[in-house]
Design a protein around this ligand. Sequence first.
Ligand SMILES: NC(=O)c1ccc[n+]([C@@H]2O[C@H](COP(=O)([O-])OP(=O)(O)OC[C@H]3O[C@@H](n4cnc5c(N)ncnc54)[C@H](OP(=O)(O)O)[C@@H]3O)[C@@H](O)[C@H]2O)c1
Length: 322
Amino acid sequence: MQAVLLTAFEGPDALAVREVPEPEAREGQVLIDVEWAGVTFPDLLQTRGEYQTRPELPFIPGWEVSGTVRTGTAGFRAGDRVAALPVTGGFARTVAVDVPMVFPLPDNVDTRRGAALPLNYLTAHFALLHRGALRPGEVVLVHGAAGGVGSAACQVAAAYGARVIAVVSTEEKAELARSVGAHEIVAADGFLNEVRALTDGGGVDIVIDPVGGDRFLDSLRTLRHGVGRLLVLGFAGGSIPTLRVNRLLLTNTSVIGVGVAEYWRHDPEAAHSQWHELLPLLKSGRLAPPVSSVFPLEQAAAALRHVGERQALGRTLLKVRA
Ligand SMILES: NC(=O)c1ccc[n+]([C@@H]2O[C@H](COP(=O)([O-])OP(=O)(O)OC[C@H]3O[C@@H](n4cnc5c(N)ncnc54)[C@H](OP(=O)(O)O)[C@@H]3O)[C@@H](O)[C@H]2O)c1
C-alpha cells in the first residue's frame, strides 16, 4: 500500500512516499481503509523528534484518520464509517487501530469532517469539562482560537454554555473563530487590556492555552481572582513558560496541566465515554470542525509545513482515497 514514512527526525522534509506492506489487525484492533487523515501539530512535533514519544525510525506518522472498517470485529461491521486515533500510522491507505480508539461516526457527519474530530474535540472536552470543571455562564479565553485545538475549544465551550473570547493574530483567523462560536475576538498583541475591558476588569474563569511562550504571564493576569483556572495544553508558540508560584497565592488562581494522551494511556476506555458525551452535539451539528485546507496524501510534507508556518485556518487534512 502507499504510505508516508518519516526517515529521520528532521521535520517534514524527511517524509517520503513509499510502497509498504499493509498492516494486519492484531487481537483487539480494527483494520480501517483510510479516506482522510488529519494533519495535527503533534504530527509536526513528531517529525522533528520533539514530541514526548519518539517511535523507532522509519515510521508512518498520522494521529487521526477517518474511513471505513475493512472486516467486522468488536462491535464494528465491515463498511462502518469511523473516525480513529492510531497516533502513528494514519498517513497511509490502511491502518490498524486499537478498538478503544475507534469511534463510530453519526450519519450526519461525513468522513471529511470526521477525520478532524477525535484528537482536538476530545482534547477540548477533557480540558474544559474534566480538568477545567467548566460551568455554564463562565467566561473562557481561548488562545490560538483559529487553530485545531482552539477552534474545537471554542465550539465545545460555547456548546456547554460558556461566553467565549477568542485570541487570534489575523483578521482571517478572527472570522474563523467567529464561525466556531466565539462571542468576542481580541488581537493576540495586547490581549490583556482588551480582555480586562471586555470583562469590566473582572477577568476570565478559564484560559485555554495551546500556545505558551510569552503570552503566559498576561494570561495569568487575565484570570478572575478566586476562581480562575489556566489550562496548559501546549506550546505552539515554541517556548515553555516558567511560573513564579507566588502569583497563584496572591490571586487564588490555578494553573492546570492537560495531557489527553496520558489520560487515555491510564484509562483506555475513557476516550469512548468522552465520544458518547459529545455524540448529541455531533448529531445536532453543533460540533463541526472547520476544514479549510486539503492536500493529497503524497503532499503530506507540504501539509505539515503549512501547519508549522502558522498558516492553518481551522483544520488541514490529507485526502487519502477518493
Ligand atoms: N495537551 C493535549 O492533550 C494536546 C492535545 C492536542 C494538541 N496539543 C498541543 O496543542 C498545541 C496546538 O495544537 P493545534 O493543533 O491547535 O495547532 P494549530 O492548529 O497549528 O494552532 C496553533 C495556533 O497557535 C498560534 N500560534 C502562536 N504562535 C505560533 C507559532 N510560532 N507557530 C504556530 N502557531 C502559533 C496560532 O494562532 P495565532 O496565529 O492566531 O496566534 C495557531 O493558530 C500543540 O502544541 C499541540 O501539540 C495538546
